[in-house]
Ligand binder design. Structure first.
Ligand code: URA
Length: 451
């Protein structure tokens, strides 16, 4: 058996690990024989040297074996989930999971926390007072069986290796690695015990994969590795250049998701992502014969209120206070500081730089700089304008909401450089670009129309 020192040195030299060595290293980490600093050194070596497909499968298996799996074999309805590789303002899981559940699927989601400049579903959900995502395996099983929807987290029982590795990667800039992302996402999804999965692989300025070829590569890794675990899988390559929807920040995004589930307002980007991912998953799971039928099924659940009811039921079942869904609930005080960012000139907004917004979110407390940082649920941004909108000089583009005046001012200065205004209306980039399945890569619209 290799010592942690030798194991790390092997990867530093660019050598391949054997599956048994990976298993021993992960097991040693869980048992306390491999320390955080050794795990970090190894992940940094993987970041630079990479890992093969076989090493990644072995890492995924070892991470799953660090805990137990959810057994959903007593559930007759199709089971599945959606997973995003991480974005800014990405609240789609909060909206899509109840929509899918109300459309006949069982969704036992194990979500993640904010990572680097991206937000995390768990942090958003936990901004609902009282809501706990620390579910045991039996609780996930029970909620899936009874309600068709559970929002769980990595725990000591469920992929504990990912929980601890994820937290270390978050603060050591080791997120952007194909094998580490693949193993992190898949270990959680396979441990859920689901039958099908749709990945939202983000691509652009607010994504870990900035270019389309990189995102396609990650999509291929995810789909191919998922097949090895007998999951029916597809990956949509989606644009992540400006924040999704009208808000960034944990409570702000949860509140926006509730409004969207209630159809109070329907931001086009949120609707397009939700319907495309959901329609694809309903088809993969065999609930509908094609994507279009899947989208119609989701719209029915949206229109008749059953998806919102599902969300309320899930929040209630996990101890969350649904009183916070009402107008003027008074549960949260508004943040103390609200600073508008206004247009320096008239013209069209051509860029709201998602990564800048994400990093600025961390600065004002909406994300973590250190693993033990406590999130400020109310801080974040409200966007009054989106890319492509026309603004008059002096008009408000966004609001910075926080509780620390000097941080809000720093962020105001930094974000002034993250927003670009031009005379000409910018060209539109498609939001959903491509889809990757085990049959190959396709243009999204061709695929959608052919299915
Ligand atoms: N989401 C995850 O769950 N893990 C990653 O590494 C990146 C995004």
């Amino acid at each position: 058996m290799l010592s942690p020192y030798e194991f790390i040195a092997e990867k530093q030299r660019g050598n391949s690990h054997k599956p048994s060595e990976i298993h021993d290293f992960i097991q040693g980490f869980i048992e306390g024989e491999v320390h955080d600093y050794q795990m970090t050194a190894w992940m940094m070596s993987v970041f630079f040297q990479g890992m093969s497909y076989e090493e990644t499968i072995a890492l995924t298996k070892a991470m799953i074996q660090s805990g137990n799996r959810v057994d959903l074999s007593n559930i007759n309805d199709p089971t599945g989930d959606k997973h995003s590789t991480g974005g800014v303002g990405d609240k789609i899981t909060l909206i899509l999971a109840p929509l899918l559940s109300a459309s006949g699927m069982v969704i036992p989601t194990i979500a993640g926390r904010g990572l680097g400049f991206t937000g995390g579903t768990l942090d958003k959900l936990e901004s609902i007072p009282g809501l706990s995502t620390a579910l045991s395996i039996d609780e996930i099983k029970d909620l899936s069986f009874r309600n068709g929807l559970a929002f769980g987290a990595q725990t000591d029982d469920l992929v504990p290796a990912d929980r601890r590795m994820y937290a270390l990667r978050d603060v050591t800039s080791t997120v952007r690695s194909l094998p580490l992302i693949t193993a992190s996402i898949l270990s959680k999804k396979v441990a859920e015990g689901i039958g099908s999965i749709v990945f939202d692989v983000k691509c652009g300025k607010g994504a870990f994969m900035e270019t389309e070829p990189e995102a396609i590569e990650l999509g291929q890794w995810l789909v191919n590795c998922a097949e090895r675990f007998e999951l029916k899988a597809a990956a949509l390559i989606t644009t992540m250049d400006e924040p999704i929807g009208r808000t960034v920040g944990n409570w702000l995004e949860t509140e926006e998701s509730i409004d969207v589930l209630r159809r109070k307002y329907m931001p086009p980007d949120i609707v397009e992502l939700t319907e495309s991912l959901g329609g694809t998953l309903l088809m993969l799971a065999g609930i509908t014969g094609n994507i279009e039928q899947g989208i119609n099924r989701l719209r029915e659940a949206w229109n008749n209120g059953s998806a919102f009811d599902k969300f309320s039921q899930a929040v209630n079942a996990q101890g969350g206070d649904t009183g916070v869904f009402e107008e003027n609930h008074g549960i949260y005080d508004q943040p103390r500081i609200v600073i508008p960012l206004t247009a320096s000139k008239s013209g069209y907004i051509s860029e709201i730089h998602a990564r800048e917004v994400g990093y600025c979110g961390v600065l004002i407390g909406a994300g973590r700089k250190k693993t033990d940082d406590v999130i400020d649920p109310t801080s974040g941004f409200i966007f009054k304008k989106k890319v492509g909108d026309f603004v008059q000089q002096g008009e408000e583009i966004l609001l910075i909401m926080g509780n620390d005046e000097s941080q809000c001012k720093t962020v105001h200065n930094r974000l002034s450089g993250g927003v670009t205004i031009m005379k000409k209306e910018p060209a539109k980039t498609p939001l959903i670009r491509k889809v990757i399945t085990r049959e190959g890569n396709f243009e999204w619209l061709d695929y959608r129309n052919s299915k």
